[in-house]
Design a protein around this ligand. Sequence first.
Ligand code: AVI
Length: 330
Amino acid sequence: SADSAAAAHPAQTASPTSALARHVAEGLSRPQKTLSSMYFYDDEGSRLFQQIMALPEYYPTRTEFGLLTTHAAAIAAALRPETAAEPFFLLELGAGDGLKTKILLRELLAAGASFTYVPVDISTAAVEGLAESLRRELPELRVEGLVAEYTRALTLMASRPGRKVVLFLGSNIGNFLPADQHEFLRALAQPLTPDDRLLVGFDLQKDPRQIRNAYDDSQGVTAAFNLNLLRRLNRELDADFDLSRWQHYTDYDPLSGAVRSFLVSTHQQTVRVPALDRDFDFAAWETIHTENSYKFTQPLIRAAAAAAGLDVQAFFTDDKQYFADVVLSP
Ligand code: AVI
């Protein structure tokens, strides 16, 4: 049974009822097999994503960094309360290494704003690592890390007095399906009050080849990032995916604005997942859909905001119009 399989390797295997195990059982049982990009980010996946952000083809991080640098003063002004002395909370959902955020933090500090920076992540290591680096680099900054799911973090913070400014950068919103983007924005907005603000990053539609290349880089880092999902199932669920029989495939569809990524089975094969006590069959060239990364236009951003009951207060973009950081209010 699943129980005895897990008991046989207690140190390596996740319990059959772990969120990952349940997700795999469900996702690999569908006619179009699917696994969520949410599970890319174990330690190895997070390390590979850091490498992706530095790739020549991966323009979003560099572009958003440039646009935040160029418009730092105007963005900080759009986020700050009217009176500099009024204290507020600056929450950041999924801050990563905080490289981009530090531009805004420095700008707000220089403008004499009184605020507490609250990086939010479900990984304790991520929150502590960032808090630690900020204590060294910006000792005058007040930091209160929060280990929680995003919407739960906002609900928790809602009971604290003071305005809230919420950052959701990097076009992470694009990894949700459109209906889920609207629902997520609505859930973020729900505990906020009209004086609060959201700053959300959106990757914009552009030359389709350029978008596709960003997700299929010449060094194969994105391929390794996608394939790491199977390595993770081997590590955590004791599965026996043979990585030499899988390929990374990605495509950008200008009609839907979505980059879709897949893991492709190059042979007919059966994979055993002991933590689930199950086998999964793959036909030759069958795919597992692993990621969506939606690209936006200004009208799509306005429609998403409207669907979530949010107003667009300010729209910042770079000179090539590759990326946008948008200030929203409930
Ligand atoms: C985290 N997220 C915004 C990235 C993106 O561009 O969709 C994840 C990624 N996947 C492949 N490359 C980068």
